[in-house]
Design a protein around this ligand. Structure first.
Ligand code: URP
Ligand code: ZN
Ligand code: ZN
Ligand code: ZN
Length: 515
């Protein structure tokens, strides 16, 4: 029967069970307000076999189907998180959330797709890709890959082409920090930008001046500052602003689009705004921690409490978060990620005597939708349609999978949330679905609640219960040449024409001294 109580079929006690055979593949969502990035209307949504078949008022379906009442609620595209690190080996540890636990957490919070960063194995993109294909076999929701570039030679250059043309990767991240580990220099960044441009891939940067951070860390240690506050003090906003400006100027020099990940400071945001004003195609991605947290917690005398907030670039003084919210509301910043990169208390303790060894990263995959709603919509800074844009649609467009993802419309994947604006959310490590024992948003609550999550056409979150199956998530191949590339050849012609103009007609040689 399609009306079977779904909670009855999940008795594993773990909140996870194989319910594939019982879940209805036909779902009718009735009476909700359907929200897309460009439009909002009261309508029903009919889903069959993982795809949205119809969106219009008063749909009648004769067949056997499951009805979900969404009266008084918003029916929105599932969130897409552009920035996560699941099962990532980093700074002597591996992030505690696997592709299963991290995605389960995501689904409980209304996110139905994420894009994770493949880290090459000793510089090899193909080995890195294979390793992540293995990790991702646990997936219970759809996912895509970005790839980091950590060294440069002909093999890397050729492998970038293979990744784009054969493996469905359309974006590459360059780390301008983490000296001695992931960091690249300007020469590599230039090569990478040129290669991205030729492939139609989106270049992404982690923008902090890694050499200066290294110097800042030495200074702190010399001053005897070894605790988590040393992390923030050693890598101030000016170093983020410098690297952001440098990356933007190099991207302008190559004439290729640029995506700045985890924008954490006014300094970086203003560089992005300046470039946009001059017409440059620069995307800025704030992350939830940067929007809603401030650095005060890094001074907590309890190491574990402070260390859980250590991420890079650091969480800044409170004025930065407010400015980033304003920039998100006016469109300078385009979409919100999390940089979900969870290490538990034991892992964070690697750095108990030296902040430089604290594995960097915070949670957010489960909390993003609720916190963006509460911070941006409840405060009047974003409309409901803009909420959909910054949490889902813009990501789908940038990574070239729109309207398969990021929209509630016929033909799109059935990744849908039912959001009750009159309910409340509560965040705690006691109730979250991440495997971490801490949560940087511990104790927060606010208005709005994801009550139902439908992923790939199946109800996976309902009545506070998850029904997810490892291996059910699909890899989403993402093609190159997104909308930022439209017209880039014209821009190239103009750019090179600007050099040629004074030489045409050929300038006759003459001796200035004789004039
Ligand atoms: O601290 C962070 N951000 N950890 C994840 C790696 C990165 O830089 O994105
Ligand atoms: Zn980064
Ligand atoms: Zn990251
Ligand atoms: Zn002359």
């Amino acid at each position: 029967s399609p009306l079977i109580g779904l909670s009855q079929i999940c008795e594993s006690g773990l909140g996870y069970c194989d319910s594939e055979s019982v879940l209805s593949s036909k779902i009718l969502i009735k009476g909700g307000t359907v929200v897309n990035a460009d439009h909002l209307e009261v309508a029903d949504v009919y889903v069959e076999d993982g795809v949205i078949v119809d969106v219009r008022p008063n749909i009648k379906v004769s067949d056997e189907f499951r009805v979900v009442d969404a009266t008084g609620k918003f029916v929105m595209p599932g969130g897409i998180d552009p920035h996560t690190h699941l099962a990532m080996e980093f700074m002597g540890a591996e992030t505690i959330d696997s592709f299963f636990s991290g995605q389960a957490a995501a689904l409980a919070g209304g996110t139905t797709m994420h894009i994770d960063f493949v880290i090459p194995v000793r510089g090899s993109l193909s080995k890195g890709y294979e390793a992540y294909v293995e990790k991702a076999k646990l997936s219970c929701m759809d996912y895509g890959f970005h790839m980091a570039i950590t060294k440069w030679d002909d093999t890397v250059s050729k492998e970038m082409e293979i990744m784009v043309k054969e493996k469905g990767i359309n974006s590459f991240k360059f780390f301008m920090a983490y000296k001695g580990a992931l960091m690249i220099n300007d020469e590599l960044l230039l090569e990478g930008l040129k290669k991205c441009k030729s492939l139609g891939a989106l270049a992404m940067v982690h923008a902090e001046n890694g050499d200066a951070v290294f110097e800042g860390q030495k200074r702190m240690i010399e001053l005897g500052i070894t605790g988590p506050e040393g992390h923030a003090l050693s890598r101030p906003p000016v170093l983020e602003g410098e690297a952001t400006a440098r990356a933007i100027r190099l991207a302008a020099f190559v004439n290729t689009p640029l995506y700045v990940v985890h924008v954490m400071s006014i300094d970086a945001m203003e560089e992005i705004a300046r470039a946009q004003k001059s017409g440059q195609k620069v995307i800025g991605e704030p992350v939830v921690s940067g929007l809603v947290l401030d650095d005060s917690t890094l001074w907590d005398p309890d190491f574990i409490t402070a260390a859980k907030f250590v991420m890079s670039p650091p969480i800044r003084a409170s004025g930065h978060g407010k400015a980033l919210q304003a920039a998100l509301s006016t469109g300078i910043l385009k979409l919100v990620g999390t940089d979900h990169c969870t290490f538990n208390s034991t892992q964070k303790s690697i750095g108990i005597d030296d902040f430089r060894k604290i594995p960097n990263g915070v949670n957010g995959l489960e909390e993003r939708m609720h916190l963006v709603w509460d911070t941006m919509v409840e405060s009047g800074q974003l409309s409901v349609t803009d909420f959909v844009r910054v949490t889902s649609t813009e990501c789908a467009k940038l990574f070239n999978i729109y309207p398969r993802k990021g929209a509630i419309r016929a033909g799109s994947d059935a990744d849908i949330i039912i959001f009750n604006p009159n309910s409340t959310f509560h965040i705690s490590a006691k109730s979250h679905h991440s495997k971490s024992d801490t949560n940087v948003y511990e104790g927060r609550s606010g208005k709005g609640k994801v009550e139902v999550t439908i992923a790939g056409g199946k109800i996976v979150w309902e009545n506070e219960e998850l029904k997810v199956v490892p291996g059910s998530g699909k890899y989403i191949s993402m093609p190159p040449f997104n909308y930022l590339y439209h017209g880039i050849d014209k821009a190239d012609e103009n750019y090179f024409a600007s050099f040629k103009a004074p030489l045409s007609p050929p300038h006759p040689h003459h001796n200035h001294d004789s004039v």
